[in-house]
Design a binder for this molecule. Structure first.
Ligand code: ADP
Ligand code: MG
Length: 658
């Protein structure tokens, strides 16, 4: 897939020496030497002066220049934490918050969780002594609930601002607001070299402090023709690099855990087959759900004579910097939440990444020496098929969530909220209407209290939040795993299956052994339990009673219908059609209702792989739709004209799914 002649031309001894040299250098440098070698270091005094002079400062710097790890230390060293005041630094990703905090604690020479700590959902690694706190942007939002003016902070750093996550965008508005009546609060908005003018403009023309980058040239290669199977193409490219290119580690960008695991397995498998014909290739995955000891491995230096290949999600695009990367393989895709305002549907889909993303990815190859980036798409596709930059999450999300979040923070006037990129007015109004129709807001637009069979629904909600990683299906035990999964099937649909799994686990005393025996992922269950406890705590706080339907599954299915009535699909020729928009969709082969194919379904989410699949479906009675959403459905839309003929067609539907 790479051009032969280019491949052979790569071998240049000067390059080889440079790579080997800088690797060895990094290894023998002490932590302090590394700190001093970072691009931000010479600007320490200028930066501190600028921070002193301005309340809000935008900081722009190449990824890896030391923004995240160094600037908070500069602030600590010059007394911004005096009197126990805190310095907070937000990260869009959990992994980044944890990993960066660990690194900084090590640099400062303290135990993680003491002076330097981190806080992510369900994991608070801070203490009374903590003055430097790394956290996800979502956690800082949560802090507004208990401390609306962030009085315990002297500095807030909104890091990775260019990612424009939903939470970061909301933080922009909130922080800009509190900065007005907290003149002592310093606000730093840190970003990779993207979009900084826009941040400055939003924060009333705040000055931009630019940290000049230090970048080696990166040669970019494209494929001649589009690649049909980018996963396979990645594997081949890694091996090609490994056998033909000088030393230097390799970074591969994939879209999620499943893909990453498959890629790592394939690589290991092929290396085993090649045996001693090739030198050692260390294959290391990195994604959000990876246990933290495994995460830490990507940073350990590569032993001489071997090569490291890190297979990563977008996390390695700007949030984490792995030293020693010379080669980048970029298939050009990422997993993105997308929202269709017309259908009201939100789904997670694999889409081409933006040109800005692709350029960031390529840049990762040029940090320690001249590097190479192999794009598994054509130059034409780069120019014509990719968007210039990634659309901010707030523009492609169901605003229902945003509205609920802001309302819970006490912000009632959403129309005038200071968004950097305001969501379309009509979409916001639509979200308000939908929440009103759901009974989540009253006629004054205030949050209401709603109770159904809350005991079971709490569990289902918690399980759905981790739903794609509950069942464990190792490649060598597929049959056992599928049997185990089949044993959990109960009538009603996937939501009921999830409830059943959780209930049985609870009855086992939350046992690890039980999970192991039933091919259930313990980590995911533990997480579901955390989510459930947190939701229960929130219900308690707003005084909503937790009550059970006592084994009756109808109220539970009705509750799901009440919440997701706009996700209804009806059986039709060869598959399903969504009721409102007549979009053709299919039951996911993993679903408990795959065989049964009931006439009416509500799905939790749509995923597009080979087809538009409904994941997590529950069987409903169409009359419930008129009961819970009379404002949304007309009787005529729900008529069953073909009730007798339908069941015959099920076989065909299954065949088509393959
Ligand atoms: P920026 O925020 O500007 O992208 P960082 O502060 O994250 O840069 O990283 C600066 C440098 O710190 C990196 O180049 C790397 O050398 C080092 N570093 C960061 N995190 C770790 C880690 N977990 N382990 C080892 N080194 C790290
Ligand atoms: Mg950073």
């Amino acid at each position: 897939i790479l051009e032969e002649d280019e491949m052979i031309n790569f071998v240049s001894s000067a390059e080889q020496e440079q790579a080997a040299l800088s690797q060895a250098e990094v290894q023998k440098q002490s932590i302090q030497e590394v700190r001093r070698s970072l691009p931000v270091f010479p600007y320490r005094e200028d930066l501190l002066l600028a921070i002193q002079q301005h309340q809000i400062l935008v900081i722009e710097g190449e990824t890896g220049s030391g923004k995240t790890t160094q600037i908070p230390q500069f602030l600590m060293e010059s007394g911004y934490n005096d009197g126990g005041m805190k310095i907070g630094c937000t990260q869009p990703r959990r992994v980044a918050a944890m990993s960066v905090a660990a690194r900084v604690a090590q640099e400062v020479g303290v135990k993680l969780g003491n002076e330097v700590g981190y806080s992510i959902r369900f994991e608070d690694c801070t203490s009374e002594r903590t003055v430097l706190k790394y956290m996800t942007d979502g956690m800082l939002l949560r802090e507004f609930l208990t401390e609306p003016d962030l009085a315990s902070y002297s500095v807030v750093i909104i890091d990775e601002a260019h990612e424009r996550t939903l939470h970061t965008d909301i933080l922009f508005g909130l922080i800009k607001d509190i900065a007005r009546f907290r003149p002592d609060l310093k606000v730093l908005v840190a970003s990779a070299t993207l979009d900084t003018e826009r941040f400055s403009c939003f924060f009333d023309d705040a000055p931009v402090f630019r940290i000049p980058g230090r970048r080696f040239p990166v040669d970019i290669f494209y494929t001649k023709a589009p690649e049909a199977d980018y996963l396979e193409a990645c594997v081949v490219s890694v091996l090609q690099i490994h056998v033909t290119q000088p030393p230097g580690d390799c970074l591969v960008f994939l879209t999620g855990q499943e893909e990453i695991e498959t890629c790592c397995e394939l690589l290991q498998e092929r290396c085993r087959r090649l045996g001693s014909k090739i030198s050692e290739l260390l294959v290391l995955p990195i994604y959000a759900n990876l246990p933290s000891d495994m995460q830490a491995k990507i940073f350990s230096p590569t032993p001489p004579g071997s090569r490291k290949v890190v297979v990563a999600t977008n996390i390695a695009e700007t949030s984490l910097t792995i030293d020693g990367i010379i080669y980048v393989i970029d298939p050009g895709f990422c997993k993105q939440k997308s929202y269709n305002a017309r259908t009201g549907m939100e789904s997670l889909i694999v889409t081409p990444c933006s040109r800005a993303s692709a350029n960031q990815r390529a840049g990762r190859a040029g940090r320690v020496a001249a590097g190479k980036c192999f794009r598994l798409y054509t130059a034409w596709a780069f120019k014509h098929e990719m968007e210039e930059s990634t659309v901010p999450e707030i523009q492609r999300t169901n605003l229902g969530n945003v509205v609920l979040l802001l309302k819970s923070l006490g912000i009632n006037d959403l129309i005038h909220f200071d968004f950097m990129d305001p969501p379309p007015h009509e979409t916001l109004v639509l979200a308000l209407e939908q929440l009103y129709a759901l009974g989540a807001l009253n006629h004054l637009g205030e949050l209401t209290k709603v109770t159904y069979c809350s005991e079971e629904v709490l569990t289902i909600a918690a399980m759905l939040s981790v739903n794609n990683s509950i069942f464990y299906r190792p490649k060598d035990k597929v049959v056992h795993a599928d049997n185990a999964r089949q044993n959990f099937v109960v009538p009603g649909g996937d939501h009921m299956v999830l409830l059943n799994v959780y209930t049985q686990w609870l009855e086992s005393g939350y046992s690890t052994q039980w999970c192991y025996e039933n091919f259930i992922q313990f980590r995911s269950m533990k997480r579901a339990r955390d989510v459930r406890e947190q939701l229960e705590g929130l219900m308690d706080r707003i005084e909503v009673e937790v009550c059970s339907s006592g084994g009756d599954i109808v109220p539970i299915r009705k509750a799901v219908t009440a919440g997701y009535f706009y996700h209804t699909a009806r059986l039709s020729k060869g598959g399903y059609k969504t009721v409102k928009h007549q979009q053709t969709v299919y039951v996911h082969p993993n679903s408990s209702l795959f065989e049964e194919q009931p006439r009416w379904l509500i799905y939790h989410e749509l995923v597009f792989t080979t087809k538009e699949f409904m994941r997590q479906v529950i069987e409903i009675d169409s009359s419930w739709l008129l009961e819970v959403a009379p404002h949304y459905y007309k009787n005529k839309e729900l008529e069953d004209s073909s009730s007798k003929k339908m069941p015959r067609k099920q076989g065909k539907a299954k065949e088509e799914l393959g």
